[in-house]
Design a protein around this ligand. Structure first.
Ligand code: NAP
Length: 247
């Protein structure tokens, strides 16, 4: 129970990676606010059924007022906010020369600006108590990936934002790190199984040295470590969870 009585917010946690992260933080003893655009009640029920402490909050991370309300809710409900995990993200893939401005703007608004709102709101509270852990979910695609100009730009932006937040707040007892998942089994990636009768999925498996997709818990384990006191001297890092895929 490395996170006993800590308060954590995880965005985009109704399903997928965020849900895996929320479950792990609750297993480690944290009170978790499971934030999502839609209802996150199912994820909360699973956590509570397993003996954890969690509650749901509806927030669209691309809306600054809703992110402010989310952090305010955490502080009012549990008295503090110790851990902020900016996980919510989407992709709208397409070749750059055909990409619509709408798909560019949408991905930047949620994946990058949403992470900015979450990081900024968390900092306002964390700086006042000289303690905090901010963990931003980037992606191995931040290094560039065919068909993902909008997503790669957003996720590279998350790396720059994270490293700046880390340096600006290092003397305030706040760490800020980015995690780059490779290929994790969630709704975002499972849709590949429908492309070319599964051939696209098989091709992806060949690109992963370990030969299989990761699980949300693989990312959750790293988040729990970075959120713990064991990681108090680790900040401004970008850590891959990709089965050897990201080089
Ligand atoms: P997912 O299965 O599509 O789940 C995304 C979650 O984010 C959903 O719960 C979704 O809510 C929520 N969300 C979407 N837009 C939101 C918004 N504006 N405000 C709040 N919540 C929002 O995706 P995932 O695979 O779990 O991805 C989670 C994060 O990991 C993303 O940042 C993604 O870029 C990153 N990532 C994933 C992989 C991977 O292999 N899966 C690899 C690298 C990075 P709804 O249910 O309401 O739609």
């Amino acid at each position: 129970m490395r996170l006993n009585n800590k308060t954590a917010v995880v965005t985009g946690a109704g399903r997928g990676l965020g849900k895996g992260i929320a479950k792990k933080l609750a297993e480690e003893g944290a009170h978790v606010i499971v934030a999502d655009m839609a209802s996150a009640e199912e994820a909360v029920s699973e956590i509570v059924a397993a003996g954890g402490s969690a509650c749901a909050f509806k927030a669209d991370v691309s809306n600054q007022n809703e992110v402010q309300a989310l952090v305010q809710f955490a502080v009012e409900t549990y008295g503090t906010l110790d851990i902020m995990v900016n996980n919510a993200g989407i992709n709208r893939d397409g070749m750059l020369h055909k990409m619509s401005v709408e798909n560019w703007d949408l991905v930047i608004a949620i994946d990058l600006t949403g992470t900015f709102y979450g990081t900024q709101e968390a900092l306002k509270h964390m700086r006042s108590k000289n303690y905090g852990r901010i963990i931003n979910i980037s992606s191995g695609s931040w290094l560039g990936n065919i068909g993902q100009a909008n997503y790669a730009a957003a996720k590279a932006g998350v790396v720059g934002l994270t490293k700046t937040a880390a340096r600006e707040n290092a003397r305030k007892g706040i760490t800020c790190n980015a995690i780059c998942p490779g290929f994790i089994e969630t709704d975002m990636t499972l849709k590949l199984k429908e492309v070319n009768e599964g051939a696209a999925w098989d091709h992806m498996m060949q690109k992963i040295p370990m030969g299989y997709a990761g699980k949300p818990s693989d990312v959750g384990n790293l988040v729990a470590f970075l959120a713990s006191d064991e990681a108090s001297y680790i900040t401004s890092e970008v850590i891959n969870v990709g089965g050897g895929m990201i080089v």
